[in-house]
Design a protein around this ligand. Structure first.
Ligand code: HEC
Length: 213
């Protein structure tokens, strides 16, 4: 419920600058542990200096099956139950970028276009004719081109960075709903339980009625 309220607030509070008509890329989210591990790894290297994920604890990564040694390295001397908070203070961010980088925990849910939007945004940087950096889906963005895609001219280099963006977005999709898999699993248990219960009741009913016949 708390998360829902936050999502609604995010919808209402951000400026509609991101709502451009640019066509979004269509990507398939990879929910496998290796993809999400690559995603969080890349995010820690390229994004966490500015962005927090306040609803994700390091322990959530461990529970999901991310390499414990990597988690140790990321959290340093913070406890396993610490949230993934960036070291960048809000006032410093404001001075440097004129905006506080938004928390990324729920971002794929807070933007129209969801994961497709975030992916298109990350790879949407380009150099204008005037030599400025701009972004196809969010032209006025204050965020620097973190992955450096605007300078990637070689197709192989672009592919690599697009792969990185893809992994980050897979991780962010997981982060926005880390208990989805658990819920699905629970759903199967509940259905299995109901099927067995129905069979047992059917057998009991037959026994009772056979005595009456
Ligand atoms: C140097 C600091 C910095 C780094 C590094 C950085 N960001 Fe940002 N990011 C920002 C700022 C500042 C904004 C706010 C942009 C705005 O609203 O103009 C932002 C905004 C965003 C948004 C929201 C865009 C929107 O629609 O409002 C997303 C998504 C995002 N960043 C993802 C990432 C990811 C993923 C990475 C790593 C690849 C990353 N950022 C790296 C500073 C940073």
């Amino acid at each position: 419920m708390k998360k829902l309220i936050v999502v609604v607030m995010l919808y209402c509070s951000t400026s509609p600058a991101w709502a451009t008509d640019a066509k979004l890329e269509n990507i398939q989210i990879d929910t496998s542990v290796p993809a999400i591990e690559r995603g969080v790894d890349t995010l820690m290297n390229y994004c966490h200096s500015c962005h927090s994920l306040k609803y994700i604890k390091y322990r959530d990564l461990a529970t999901f099956g991310i390499d414990k040694k990597k988690i140790e390295a990321w959290r340093g001397d913070q406890p396993l139950d610490a949230a993934m908070i960036s070291q960048l203070p809000d006032d410093t961010a404001l001075q440097m970028y004129g905006k506080v980088p938004p928390d990324l925990s729920l971002l794929t849910k807070a933007r129209e276009g969801g994961t497709n939007y975030v992916y298109s945004y990350l790879i949407g940087y380009y150099i204008t004719q005037e030599g400025m950096t701009s972004n196809h889906v969010f032209p006025e963005t204050r965020m620097p081109d973190a992955l450096g895609i605007s300078g990637a001219t070689e197709p192989a280099q672009r592919d690599e960075l697009q792969g990185k963006a893809h992994d980050i977005v897979s991780f962010l999709a997981w982060a926005a709903d880390p208990h989805e898999e658990e819920r699905h699993r629970l759903g199967y248990y509940v259905i299995g339980y109901l099927v067995i219960l129905t069979l047992l009741l059917y057998i009991v009913k037959n026994q009772i009625w056979s005595r009456l016949k």
